[in-house]
Structure formats: C-alpha cells, structure tokens
Design a protein around this ligand. Structure first.
Ligand code: AMP
Length: 219
C-alpha cells in the first residue's frame, strides 16, 4: 500500500500515520522526522535544513526531492509506505510522480485530513514530542508530573516551530504552497478528504474503513 497523508501542520498526520504503519506493517516516512534527526545528528542535510525549519519555512525542493528519492528507493520502502509531510509543493508532487514512474510503482491514494485553522493553532500549542523516539503527545493528555515519554523514557519537549508565532507562519506557508496540491491530486482521481476534527480513534477507524473498502492490498 502506498499512500500520502495530507493536511496542515498539527492535523494529526503523524499520529494517524504511526497507527496505520503498525496496522499494515509498512514504514511511516515523515520528512519532518527525517529532517529533525538530521539536524540532531548535525549531518550535512541537517545543517542545510535547520535554518528553514526553525523559521517555519519549507526546505528547498531540490533538497527534499533528493531526500525522498533516497528513502523511497531503499529496501524498507519496497513493500509500501505511508508518506507524511511530503509532498508539500507542486514541484515535489510532480517529482514524486516522475519517481514512481521510474520505479514502476503507483500511488494508491492521497488522504487529506481536514481541520479548522483555529484548531490547528490550538493543537500545535499543546503538542509535545519525545526528543528520543518522536512520539507525539498532547498537553491535555499529560498530568503535570509527566515529563518523560511513556514508550522510551525520553524527554518531552515543545518543538521550537510549534510556538504560536512560528506555527501561524507555518499555517500560512501551508495555505500558500501546499494546499494547492489538493487540486493537483483531485484531478488525478486519487484524492479523498476526511474529517480530522474527531478524536484519534475515530479518525483512525475512518481511515481503516476507507483503505479496506478501497480493497487496497496490504503490500
Ligand atoms: P513537519 O514535522 O512535517 O511539520 O515538518 C517540520 C519542518 O520540516 C517543516 O516546517 C519544514 O521546514 C520541513 N519540511 C518537512 N517536510 C518538508 C517538505 N516536504 N518540503 C519542505 N520542507 C519540509
């Protein structure tokens, strides 16, 4: 199964992608996670990306396209994948189509999670992430004493770019650069939009129903 989870920052793509990845035993490929790991490890990619990320801007297309080509051509992605955070521009979407053609594979579906803008800002402000494994929490789920990840014990922190000023800018970038992709994928007949305002298990069930109803193969 090859799908893209699409939507603004904070809509729940990462959370839902992780659940689906477990369910279907395919990798969750988050370009944001890959970039954060590169920044943490101070790799050449991380050095190039850091400035853009901290300001809530998009990392240039040529860097992102090179990165996704490398990841999707790897063995771990050969049975399918869930893409989260890529593509974010029309140029990236076109490059992805060209890559799929070269690889002789097809994208099954682009699923867009829809959420109101005020809710996005609220969710980003309340989001906390594990510095070690990247698990995502919402402040409202955590009591005051919880400062460590329940999975790995890593420290929970607020992403610099989730702070209100930067998250508002990220939403603007989304509206300008990324939202137009909806039309790109709608035209190709591979696009479905679902309500992302509901609770996590409800959205997960909607996604599962949709994917299974479509008769998508697990591999
Ligand atoms: P995310 O975790 O998906 O919100 O991504 C965090 C940041 O990484 C974004 O605000 C961008 O700076 C950068 N980023 C992630 N994916 C992409 C992409 N496909 N194109 C450009 N920049 C990206």
């Amino acid at each position: 199964m090859r799908i893209i989870l699409f939507g603004p920052p904070g809509v729940g793509k990462g959370t839902q992608a992780k659940l689906l990845a477990e369910e279907f035993a395919i990798p969750h490929i988050s370009t944001g996670d890959l970039l954060r790991a590169a920044v943490k490890n101070k790799t050449p990619l991380g050095m190039k990306a850091q400035e853009y990320m901290s300001q809530g801007n998009l990392v240039p297309d040529e860097i992102m396209i090179g990165l996704i080509e490398e990841v999707l051509s790897s063995k771990k992605a050969s049975k399918g994948f869930i893409l989260d955070g890529f593509p974010r521009t029309v140029a990236q979407a076109k490059a992805l189509d060209a890559l799929f053609e070269r690889m002789g594979i097809a994208l099954d579906r682009v699923i867009s999670l829809r959420v109101e803008h005020d809710e996005v800002i609220r969710r980003l402000a309340a989001r906390r992430m594990c510095r070690q494994c990247g698990r995502i929490y919402n402040l409202h789920q955590l009591d005051d004493e919880t400062t460590k990840c329940q999975d790995c014990g890593g420290e929970l922190y607020q992403r610099e770019d989730d702070k209100p000023e930067t998250s508002r800018h990220r939403l603007e970038v989304y509206l300008k650069e990324t939202k137009p992709l909806k039309d790109f994928y709608r035209r190709s007949g591979r696009f479905t939009q679902i309500d992302g305002m509901k609770d996590i298990p409800v959205v997960h069930k909607t996604l599962l129903d949709l994917l299974l109803k479509n008769g998508l193969p697990k591999e």
